[in-house]
Ligand binder design. Structure first.
Ligand code: ADP
Length: 669
């Protein structure tokens, strides 16, 4: 005998009870036909499998998982648009464009859902026709009848039907001929064949030719109702999903997630959020094949299982942050999930049978959409969530963030108030962001300290939080108006850039030393930015005399350009003008104004090309205390479109060439 001995039945009895229970659970789960067939096959296989082998456990787990999926469970939508509007308004300040677009989206959704279904019943036996008409009417469908194929075709030409329910065997034109003609006239109309027992093979033929389903005679009423309902539901979902998928784009903390939650609340659907940031492997979305014990389903299916419904609002967060080293093609997996043609048949590798995702309302979010692959971007409708102005932040704090934090810290009943100047102090002194994340965190910190004082003083604590108290609670300010507090310098200019966190200011430093015509670039500059620097240098060298610079300045020098915060990678063409002016300052010896911030792409001939992210850049300039901002002339429309509040207190200069900027930015010697 070998070292291992096979266990006897008594030692390791097959847990038959387990299978009996599982079989009952499968019965009870009312699985769709195709899934029930797979479950039955799996049960049969398990029956023959030794309970001690790994496949047995894998099989049991698989079946358990299969029956727990929400194949048919969904929540009913609340389609009251007025209510939706109230919910959006009551939870979010401002964002008028965003709200308007969402309400339009919900309106289309509502129209699709309440559209009555049109069914054409074709049968040459009057009694069968009338019966079917009666049953389907009772289900709420609009029913038209036709006594033969030709009459049916006339009706299909005159009106669009969702479903044609036709007998297979009819005089003059049989069901198959009718099917072929209907598919040509109205390709979106689905056809259900009714066949006698003897004609099952023709029914299969009908399926091959594009029929959606067939029912054999005598028709079981439940089956008829369910089949028609399923086809119509699917059509409605397709209709709803045919439009683009919404993509909320903007810096962090601008309300993308909370608007998504509000949509779910308005529709009375469940809400789930899945971050795609750093996702490495297709299997995380689509699951692992069931070949080993640890195989797991993907996260999409797993979330649906957890929620126990097949129609939640599903937020796919940060689709622009899918790991660079993603194995497989992230865009194609996402496209498959978001594509209404493909998502009714989404196959998770673990589940191994198609699961219908067409009921899910997907919403995606991204910080920047410019880097998304084109086919994916094509499928999305991007709604921009802009950064907030200081005034907006104050309003949002007073109406939403402060009351919420007071509530969460059990301080709501004490009538505590924050003065506007206190909130402004938190915004300006302790946060530097386009959105509201840190602001809410800092307000929470103030509330925590207040709570402690309240407890210590037995309920008597300050009723008004002012600037002084903010400073006492939050300590010395973390941020200052950067540009206002540093002096002007030779070779250093202020620039505006647009990053995934919103707009930001940067400083460009240039210096010269004896050397051999080398241009040194540091500060984690991307290729495009490096090229901008080279272009700026070449432009100045070729126009040196016009700027009053010695044309041979580069002959025995090296030039070094540095963008501080070296740990943060920087890329994009919009720093060209800022670099050029840093060089001009260096080479003319005139110091550059720090409170003038520049942005613009520079061409070799000295023209300034337009850039993006205008609003975010203006907001960043405001936050940093900049006085004058220079934008390319071609961005004039964007500037005109900005609300006054965004531009308030800033002098905006438009330029299409470098020369006029010299005396604006560089101070006299
Ligand atoms: P994002 O998903 O864009 O990173 P969040 O939705 O998480 O941002 O928003 C951060 C916080 O700011 C949340 O508490 C949210 O409720 C709040 N918030 C954002 N925008 C608004 C707004 N317009 N009105 C009220 N609260 C807002």
């Amino acid at each position: 005998m070998g070292f291992f001995r096979k266990m006897t039945e008594e030692e390791h009895p097959k847990p038959a009870q387990e299978l009996v229970e599982l079989r009952a659970a499968v019965q009870k789960a009312q699985l769709p036909e195709a899934v029930a067939a797979i479950a039955a096959k799996e049960l049969e296989r398990l029956d023959k499998t030794d309970a001690s082998v790994a496949e047995y456990t894998i099989g049991i787990n698989y079946l358990d998982y299969l029956i727990s999926l929400p194949w048919n469970r969904f929540t009913e939508d609340n389609l009251d648009l007025k209510r939706a509007e109230r919910i959006l308004e009551s939870q979010h300040y401002g964002l008028p464009h965003v709200k308007e677009r969402i309400l339009e989206f919900l309106a289309v959704h509502t129209l699709c859902s309440v559209q009555t279904s049109q069914i054409l019943v074709v049968d040459d036996e009057e009694i069968a026709r009338t019966n079917l008409e009666y049953i389907l009417r009772k289900e709420g469908h609009q029913v038209t009848t036709a006594a033969n194929g030709l009459e049916a075709l006339e009706k299909v030409k005159a009106q669009e039907f969702d479903v044609v329910l036709t007998d297979l065997k009819m005089e003059k034109m049989d069901g198959i001929q009718l099917l072929e003609s209907v598919k040509q006239i109205a390709p979106h109309t689905e056809i259900v064949m009714v066949t006698g027992y003897a004609t099952v093979s023709s029914a299969v033929d009908a399926l091959k030719k594009g029929a959606a389903h067939y029912l054999s005679k005598p028709i079981k009423l439940d089956e008829l109702r369910a089949t028609v309902r399923e086809i119509i539901d699917k059509k409605r979902h397709m209709q709803m999903n045919r439009g683009p998928v919404l993509c909320f784009a903007g810096p962090p903390g601008t309300g993308k997630t909370s608007i998504g939650q509000a949509i779910a609340e308005a529709l009375e659907r469940k809400f789930v959020r899945l971050s795609l940031a750093g996702l490495r492997d297709e299997a995380e979305l689509r699951g692992h094949r069931r070949t080993y014990v640890g195989a797991m389903p993907g996260r999409i299916i797993n979330e649906l299982k957890r929620l126990e419904v097949k129609n939640p609002v599903f937020m796919l967060d940060e689709i622009d942050k899918i790991g660079q080293d993603f194995r497989g093609d992230p865009a194609s997996v996402l496209l498959e999930i978001l594509d209404p043609q493909q998502n009714p048949n989404f196959v998770d590798h673990y589940v191994d049978v198609p699961f219908d995702l067409s009921g899910v309302m997907f919403i995606t979010t991204a910080n920047v959409v410019e880097t998304l692959p084109a086919p994916l971007l094509d499928r999305l409708e991007v709604i921009y969530f802009p950064g907030y102005t200081e005034q907006e932040k104050i309003q949002i704090s007073q109406h939403f963030l402060v009351p919420r934090q007071l509530r969460e810290h059990a301080l709501a009943h004490l009538g505590i108030e924050f003065t506007d100047t206190a909130v402004a102090k938190v915004i300006g002194g302790y946060t530097r962001e386009a959105g509201l994340r840190n602001l809410e965190r800092e307000i929470a910190m103030v509330c925590r300290k207040l709570a402690r004082i309240c407890v210590q003083s037995k309920g008597t604590c300050a009723l008004s939080v002012d600037e002084e108290l903010v400073e006492k609670f939050l300590g010395p300010r973390k941020f200052t108006h950067e540009v206002a507090e540093v002096g002007n310098q030779v070779g250093v200019t202020t620039g505006l850039v647009w990053t995934e966190f919103g707009g930001e200011i940067i400083f460009v430093e240039a210096t010269r030393m004896r050397g051999h015509k080398q241009l040194i670039l540091t500060g984690s500059l991307g290729t495009v930015l490096q090229e901008s620097a080279q272009t700026a240098l070449s432009y100045i060298r070729s126009h040196a005399e016009a700027f009053g610079i010695d044309p041979d300045f580069f002959a025995e020098s090296d030039i070094h350009i540095h963008l501080p915060s070296g740990a943060i990678p920087k890329e994009g063409p919009s720093a060209g003008v800022t670099i050029a002016l840093a060089l001009l300052s260096l080479l003319t010896g005139r110091s550059a104004r720090r409170d003038v911030a520049l942005t613009g792409e520079l061409t070799l001939s000295g023209r300034i090309l337009p850039v993006s992210g205008i609003r975010e850049k203006v907001l960043a300039a405001q936050r940093a205390g900049v006085k004058v901002v220079v934008f390319p002339k071609k961005n004039q429309v964007d500037i005109v479109n900005l609300e006054d509040q965004v531009k308030a207190g800033l002098e905006i200069v438009l330029a299409d060439a470098i020369e006029p900027l010299v005396d604006l930015v560089l101070l006299p010697k």
